[in-house]
Ligand binder design. Structure first.
Ligand SMILES: NC(=O)c1ccc[n+]([C@@H]2O[C@H](COP(=O)([O-])OP(=O)(O)OC[C@H]3O[C@@H](n4cnc5c(N)ncnc54)[C@H](O)[C@@H]3O)[C@@H](O)[C@H]2O)c1
Length: 310
C-alpha cells in the first residue's frame, strides 16, 4: 500500500502537488531461513495462514521438501508457482503468467508474495509485485550470488522488451532480503568483530557467455555496434579467447568460499582463478591511457553515426 504523503498548493487556475514516498525495507541475515526454528519468515505469513511463493524451478527441485516442511511446521498453507526463467523468457509473457496465478490465488492487498530464486526470478516476480494492484509487497530470498550481492539488494525490478534488456520495470523495494557483501561492508562491520572476505572469481567456465550475450541485447542507436562488439567479445573471451584457458571451474569458487569460512585468519581478498590474477595484474601494470587503448582493441567504441548492431 502506498504511504505517499502529499502537499497541495492551489492557485486560481492550477494546483501543485508535491509528495514523497518513503521507501523502507530490511535486509536480514538468516542462517537457515527454512530451518523450522527460524521464525523470521513464518512471522510474516502467520496473519494470513497461507503463503504464495514464486520459486525458481531448479531451487524447488532441490529445496522443495525443506520449504514445504517449514511451512507445514508453522501451520501455514503453501502454494508454489514454480518458474524456470531464462534471460530470453524475462518477458511480458512470463510476467503475465505470474500475474494470472496471483489472480487465481486471490492474493489480498497486504499479503506479501514470497520470491525465491536468482536475479531472473526476483526481477520478473518483483515487477509482477510492483504492478499487481499497483503495489503488492514481497519478500525475496536470493539463491544465487548475483541475487545475493546485487539483484535482491537493489530495489530495481524489470522484464526485457523486444530486443531491449530491462526496458519495462519499476523501483519496488521488497519487504525483506539479505545483505550484500562488499568492501564497504568490511569497514562497516569490523568494529563488531565480523570479518568480510572479498572473493574475486575471474572467469569461470560456465554457460555464462550465452546468458551474457542474450542479456546485452541489440540496439539500433549509437550503441548498436558497441553492444554487438561487447556481446561478441564476451562470447569469445569465455569460449575461445586466450583467457578461456585461464578460466576456472565453478567448484574452485565453492572451495574458496569454504576456505574463507573455515580459515582461522582468512585473507581479506581471495583471487580464485589464474584469470583473476592476470586481469588485476594487467590493469595495475598499465597506465589509464594504455588501458583505454587496450579496451579499444577489444570493443568498438559507441559513436553517434555507428551502424546498427546485431
Ligand atoms: N535488479 C537488479 O538490480 C539486478 C542486478 C543484477 C542482476 N540482475 C538480473 O539478474 C539476472 C541474472 O540473475 P542470476 O545470475 O541470478 O540468474 P538466474 O536467476 O537465471 O539463476 C541462474 C541459474 O541458477 C539456478 N539456480 C538458482 N539458484 C540456485 C541454487 N541455489 N542452486 C542451484 N541452482 C540454482 C537457476 O535455475 C538458473 O538456472 C539478469 O536478468 C540481470 O538483469 C538484476
Amino acid at each position: 500500500m502506498s504511504n505517499l504523503q502529499a502537499r497541495v498548493t492551489a492557485g486560481d487556475r492550477a494546483f501543485h502537488v508535491e509528495g514523497y514516498e518513503r521507501i523502507e525495507y530490511d535486509l536480514l541475515y538468516v542462517d537457515g531461513v527454512f530451518a523450522p526454528e527460524n521464525t523470521e519468515l513464518a512471522d510474516s505469513y502467520h496473519p494470513y495462514g497461507r503463503a504464495l511463493a514464486v520459486v525458481d524451478d531448479t531451487v524447488y527441485r532441490i529445496y522443495g521438501e525443506v520449504i514445504q516442511s517449514y511451512f507445514d511446521h508453522h501451520g501455514i498453507e503453501l502454494t508454489v508457482i514454480p518458474v524456470q526463467i531464462r534471460e530470453t523468457a524475462k518477458s511480458l509473457e512470463t510476467y503475465e503468467q505470474i500475474v494470472s496465478r496471483f489472480d487465481a490465488f486471490g492474493l489480498v492487498r497486504t499479503e506479501p508474495v514470497l520470491v525465491v530464486g536468482g536475479g531472473l526470478t526476483t526481477d520478473v516476480a518483483g515487477f509482477a509485485c510492483a504492478s499487481y494492484r499497483r503495489n503488492t509487497p514481497y519478500i525475496r530470498i536470493p539463491t544465487t550470488l548475483i541475487g545475493l550481492i546485487d539483484a535482491s539488494v537493489s530495489i530495481k525490478v524489470a522484464v526485457n522488451h523486444g530486443k531491449h534488456k530491462n526496458r519495462l520495470g519499476a523501483y519496488h523495494a521488497s519487504k525483506y532480503a539479505v545483505e550484500a557483501i562488499s568492501d564497504a561492508l568490511r569497514f562497516e562491520v569490523k568494529g563488531f568483530g565480523v570479518k568480510v572476505v572479498i572473493i574475486q572469481p575471474g572467469l569461470i567456465r560456465t554457460d555464462f557467455s550465452s546468458t551474457a550475450v542474450a542479456a546485452i541485447g541489440a540496439d539500433e542507436g549509437p550503441y548498436g555496434a558497441f553492444n554487438a562488439g561487447v556481446a561478441q567479445a564476451t562470447k569469445d573471451v569465455y569460449e575461445k579467447g586466450p583467457m578461456a584457458h585461464f578460466g576456472g571451474d565453478p567448484d574452485d569458487v565453492a572451495k574458496a568460499i569454504e576456505k574463507a569460512i573455515t580459515a582461522r585468519r582468512p585473507k581479506i581478498r581471495m583471487r580464485v582463478t589464474p584469470s583473476a590474477h592476470m586481469l588485476i595484474a594487467q590493469r595495475r601494470m598499465m597506465t589509464d591511457g594504455m588501458w583505454d587503448r587496450f579496451l579499444t582493441t577489444q570493443f568498438t567504441a559507441p559513436r553517434p553515426d555507428a551502424p546498427a548492431g546485431r
